[in-house]
Design a protein around this ligand. Structure first.
Ligand code: AMP
Length: 362
């Protein structure tokens, strides 16, 4: 069997492991958690992400190493790259870990972004407010996710408190945009530079956390621009694997928000809704296999199960949903699973999503 090492054993690792099983690919994980979701999909080496000893053990047993967790220290990955191929390249992770580096890359590639400023002090923040106008979103450069490490500044007098609340950490400030909708584009790039792009996904966030995704999000001008931005990004990073780019849509324009150098929550619908899931395509890409067809098999909708699992799972199944339970303990704000529905039309899909959300609210 071919063996892939995966740093991180969360739900993304779990779903990569499940995809590997049908391909004849075994996944071996490294994660410090007591009961990581990936335990259901393969062997887990229990160690911190930067434990060099365990990382070399992983490298020794696998033909390629990938990561599903974004806060892996890049230095540890770079050290490992002498003994095993690391895909996607650590440089992609380095860029994605720092919002400033990420913005600079977007700008260097001519990918439009929301007007922004670097903020290293409360004074910088006051200046940013003057230059960009209010409201502003303040985001720490590092270690932010699911709306954590973020503050919205609506008035001048909020500035000091917001700066303190984020711990006075190196940050960026962005104009708060009134977008029409949020879109993401996900694609895989193979070893020879070939690219497979999924149809656009529309995403709805609640309190900074993804709640609902729908695909395909039809819009020809957006799809063209998104594909170009994604291809430019993949090429510039000499990328191998799956990458997700999140964007704000305003009229016909797209503004890049951030990218993830990994499989992405907004692509979970591809398990049932596409000919080839993002998880399978990630494995195919990093193993040098031909990429799979990314076409939709219908109109897909995905609901994240956050904080609590549904009381009435059977009602969800009866409503046509596929349920994914990551096997995690319930905790407010935690992603515990997701439910996907695939319908013949967008209207039918939207009706099913409404029904699913009602069942979950019970
Ligand atoms: P992020 O961690 O940057 O992906 O932000 C999480 C969510 O917060 C996004 O998906 C948006 O819903 C919202 N958000 C982030 N930045 C902005 C912005 N500049 N203007 C408006 N909403 C934003």
């Amino acid at each position: 069997v071919r063996r892939v090492g995966i740093i991180g054993g969360g739900q993304l690792g779990q779903m990569l492991g499940f995809a590997g099983a049908t391909l004849g690919v075994e996944c071996l994980f490294q994660d410090p958690a007591a009961e990581p979701p990936a335990r259901m999909a393969g062997e887990v080496l229990s160690a911190p992400f930067d434990c060099r000893e365990t990382l070399s053990l992983l490298a020794g047993r696998c033909e390629v190493v990938t990561y599903e967790f974004e806060n892996v220290p890049v230095a540890a990955l770079e050290a490992l790259s002498a003994s095993v191929p690391i895909r996607p390249p650590p440089e992609a992770l380095r860029r994605a870990q720092d919002r400033l580096e990420e913005k600079k890359l977007f700008e260097a590639l001519g990918i439009p972004v929301v007007p922004w400023r670097t903020v290293d002090s409360a004074d910088d923040l006051r200046e940013a407010a003057g230059a960009l106008g209010l409201p502003l979103v303040l985001k720490t450069r590092r270690l932010g996710y699911d709306g954590k490490g973020q503050a919205i500044i609506r008035e001048e007098r909020d500035i000091e408190a917001a700066w303190q609340r984020l711990g006075g950490r190196a940050s960026i400030a962005e104009q708060c945009v009134s977008f029409d909708r949020e879109l993401s584009v996900i694609g895989a790039r193979g070893l020879e530079g070939e690219v497979a792009v999924y149809p656009l996904t529309e995403n709805v966030h609640e309190q900074g956390i993804l709640r609902v995704s729908k695909a395909p999000a039809e819009s020809a001008p957006h799809a063209r621009a998104a594909r170009k931005y994604l291809e430019d990004l993949l090429g510039a990073l000499d990328y191998v694997g799956v990458l997700a780019l999140e964007m704000f849509a305003l009229g016909d324009n797209l503004l890049a928000n951030e990218f993830a150098p990994r499989v992405h929550n907004s692509g979970h619908w591809t398990i049932e809704g596409s000919r080839t899931s993002q998880f399978e395509n990630h494995l195919r890409a990093i193993l040098g296999m031909p990429l799979g067809d990314t076409a939709c098999v219908g109109h897909a909708g995905m609901i994240n199960l956050i904080g609590t699992m549904p009381r009435d799972r059977e009602a969800l199944l009866a409503a046509g949903f596929y349920l994914h339970d990551y096997g995690k303990r319930e905790r407010p704000g935690r992603k515990l699973g997701h439910a996907t529905v695939v319908s013949p039309t967008a209207d039918a899909r939207d009706r099913s999503l409404e029904k699913g959300l009602k069942i979950l609210a019970k």
